[in-house]
Design a protein around this ligand. Structure first.
Ligand SMILES: NC(=O)c1ccc[n+]([C@@H]2O[C@H](COP(=O)([O-])OP(=O)(O)OC[C@H]3O[C@@H](n4cnc5c(N)ncnc54)[C@H](OP(=O)(O)O)[C@@H]3O)[C@@H](O)[C@H]2O)c1
Length: 327
């Protein structure tokens, strides 16, 4: 597993990380044993970067992450969580006490003294622009409760707003073959500023593994069932904003581009890693075997420049017009 440097802290992190939203039961099928198996497999695969949030599984995801990683040696791992969507803060009730209480509750669930990174969890852009919230985070940093702070954002405009804070350490963005806008609008600027890029939805919620058909069904409480048109939260978080049937069609067309020796999921993640501004990819997993398959991406050769050019054209000609939601 190759490492990339999380610039502001100078800490090496695995370029393939683990997204831990799936671990708290929000998708319906990962019970406690499965969550532990996924986490232990990630550690066996030399994954060191873990992304969770206070609201995942109403705190259960953080509890699993803390329980397993503490047993295996907390100092080996980079633990990132998020604040801003829980405890009545969202959308317009952000107070210093509220934010502090949420972060302290995360530390308790994780059973750690310091979070490596806290990320604003897609908070409204007015809150980011107002910037008071960053003052509160700076205090928590001084007190040693967090080592760094960043922002998880939906749109490139929000990314640029957050980057106005010179001490912002990271941006978490949706970036994949179906969602290439960050290439032009954010990656280079972030790289220049030493802002770590954490990539979520690398597989567009699984579409880019190529395994789905228009008939694929999801469990009732899985957002791929109830949020496919943005009924509960930003539509971009589900299938990267594509209507499901269109996403399946486009994923089928992409199969022709997958080089020999790569699964489509690996090809999709390799495309992301080929961008040097990317620090880590936090692919989610519903099974340990997926974690193993995804970790292998780090040792696969980069895609050719010709293939990158073809995929840029594919996106421009066939995908971009279908993306919904702030982007
Ligand atoms: N606002 C935010 O900050 C925010 C929002 C969303 C997500 N996140 C973070 O980003 C992480 C990743 O996002 P995501 O999980 O929504 O999207 P994703 O990583 O694109 O998709 C993950 C899903 O793809 C399937 N999968 C994974 N590896 C596979 C493989 N090798 N082959 C076939 N299928 C595979 C699994 O689903 P099935 O097996 O069930 O099909 C898995 O749950 C989350 O865990 C979370 O930590 C943050």
């Amino acid at each position: 597993m190759q490492r990339r440097i999380f610039d502001h802290l100078g800490t090496p992190v695995s370029e393939i990380g683990l997204g831990c939203w799936q671990l708290g039961g929000d998708f319906g099928k990962t019970g406690p044993q499965q969550a532990e198996d996924i986490l232990r497999t990630a550690v066996e695969q030399d994954i060191t970067f873990f992304d969770t949030a206070d609201v995942y599984g109403a705190g259960e995801s953080e509890k699993f992450v803390g329980s397993v990683l503490n047993q295996l040696g907390r100092e080996r791992f980079f633990i990132a969580s998020k604040v801003g969507r829980g405890s009545g803060l969202y959308p317009d009730n952000y107070t210093e006490k509220g934010v502090r209480d949420c972060i302290e509750a995360s530390l308790q669930r994780l059973k750690i003294d310091t979070l490596d990174l806290i990320q604003l969890h897609c908070v409204p852009n007015a809150v980011v622009e107002n910037a008071e919230i960053f003052q509160w985070l700076r205090k928590l940093k001084e007190e040693g409760k967090i080592r760094a702070f960043g922002a998880s954002v939906e749109s490139m405009d929000e990314a640029l707003s957050a980057m106005k804070q010179r001490d912002l350490s990271s941006l978490q963005i949706i970036f994949n073959i179906f969602r290439q806008k960050p290439v032009e609008e954010v990656l280079e600027k972030a790289h220049q500023a030493g802002v770590a890029i954490i990539v979520r939805l690398p597989l567009a919620s699984g579409l880019l593994s190529g395994k789905m058909s228009k008939e694929t069904q999801f469990e009732e409480q899985d957002h791929r069932n109830f949020n496919r048109d943005g009924a509960a939260f930003n539509v971009g978080e589900t299938f990267a904003g594509l209507p499901f049937e269109k996403g399946v069609e486009l994923a089928d067309q992409l199969k022709a581009y997958v080089p020999e020796g790569y699964t489509m999921a690996q090809f999709s993640q390799r495309w992301i890693l080929d961008h040097p501004a990317v620090t880590t990819i936090i692919t989610g997993a519903s099974r340990p075997q997926q974690v193993k398959d995804n970790a292998k991406v780090s040792s696969l050769a980069p895609l050719s420049p010709t293939l990158h050019a073809q995929l840029a054209t594919f996106y421009q000609q066939r995908v971009v017009d279908h993306i919904r939601g702030p982007y």
